[in-house]
Design a protein around this ligand. Structure first.
Ligand SMILES: [Zn+2]
Length: 322
């Protein structure tokens, strides 16, 4: 072997060794990645812990026969859960949809603040800060989630609704559940969703149809404050797609939970900036108070309809009646 050949052979051996090392490095990286990935995949299937769920929902017991729910306004990411895809599911009104109802979390909180300011008492609250792309609390569970990891969060939202509904039932003669949403169909309108009166059945039975669709109904009173509402007239059919979803259907007064359950679908004019939200929240808080008063939801004893100023005192709030 010539000097030149020896040199060539040495170079070739070096190149082989280098390739050999590179291959091992690649295999090593692959093994490390797999080792790193496999436990991560386990994590994906691990249900969210209490610690991980902290801050994802605002759940709070109240002092009033009123509950505010807002399932679609959140922005938070859920670690270890892929966004839902809706593959193979029906889309739309009662099917899969992952879009946020923007500013409805903020609006719900403002309504709660206004009620507390006026009454020195709080409504019950169940509000999501999580983005709808991970979970849809206003759908049955088979449409709501696509990862078992997030199931405890879905369950927690509904456990709170159920438990608070039962507390209201024990403490008061009735209760009002407002489920706050946003729609992009008409910015100047707020749509009522009660399954055309079904989710407020007890109210209608007790006070007649006007309690649902008259001028002193919740939406009638909002209309008197200049709100653009639907249906018009109030006893017309509710808009298809906004007739009330899983939450009002599950906890409404046609069910054993017994709450007068109304879904409100706000157009952008009512929620898209701070000024609009403040006006909306103040009007809605006033009308909620008038509604609770007019339909005796916070009196334990039956009383004649009192059309006086809707400002109950603390003794009424404590359920002692008048
Ligand atoms: Zn919604």
């Amino acid at each position: 072997m010539s000097q030149y050949e020896k040199k060539q052979s040495k170079t070739a051996r070096k190149a082989d060794a280098l390739r050999w090392n590179r291959n091992w490095i690649a295999i090593g990286i692959l093994l490390i990645s797999c080792h790193g990935l496999c436990p991560a995949q386990d994590t994906l299937a691990t249900p969210l812990t209490d610690q991980e769920m902290a801050g994802m929902l605002r759940l709070s017991e109240g002092d009033l026969p009123c509950m505010i729910s807002a399932p679609h306004g959140g922005r938070q990411v859920v670690p270890g859960v892929a966004p839902r895809t809706g593959d193979g599911m029906a889309k739309g009104a009662s099917g899969f949809f992952a879009g946020r109802d923007s500013f409805t979390e903020e609006l719900a909180l403002q309504v709660i603040d206004c009620l507390e300011e006026r009454l020195q008492a709080k409504p019950f609250q169940v509000i999501s800060s999580v983005h709808r792309k991970y979970v849809d609390f206003n759908r049955p569970v088979d449409i709501a989630i696509e990862s078992s990891r997030i199931e405890p969060l879905y369950q927690r939202y509904h456990d709170a609704l159920a438990s608070y509904a039962n507390q209201i039932k024990q403490r008061f003669p009735g209760g009002l559940l407002l489920d706050i949403h946003g729609q992009g169909t008409r910015r100047d309108l707020v749509y009522r969703g009660t399954q055309n009166g079904r989710t407020v059945q007890r109210l209608i039975d007790a006070f007649g149809i006007d309690a649902h669709s008259g001028s002193q109904s919740l939406f009638g009173m909002l209309q008197q404050r200049g709100w653009g509402i639907y249906p018009i007239p109030l006893d017309g059919k509710e808009q298809a797609g906004f007739t009330g979803g899983h939450i009002v259907r599950t906890y409404g007064s046609h069910t054993p939970f017994g709450l007068e359950a109304i879904q409100l679908e706000f157009g952008a004019d009512y929620r898209s900036n701070q000024e609009a939200r403040s006006k909306t929240a103040e009007d809605l808080a006033d009308v909620i108070i008038a509604f609770l008063d007019r339909y005796h939801l916070w009196h334990r004893v039956a009383a004649p309809v009192d059309l006086g100023p809707p400002r109950p005192d603390r003794t009424q709030l404590q359920g002692s009646g008048r």
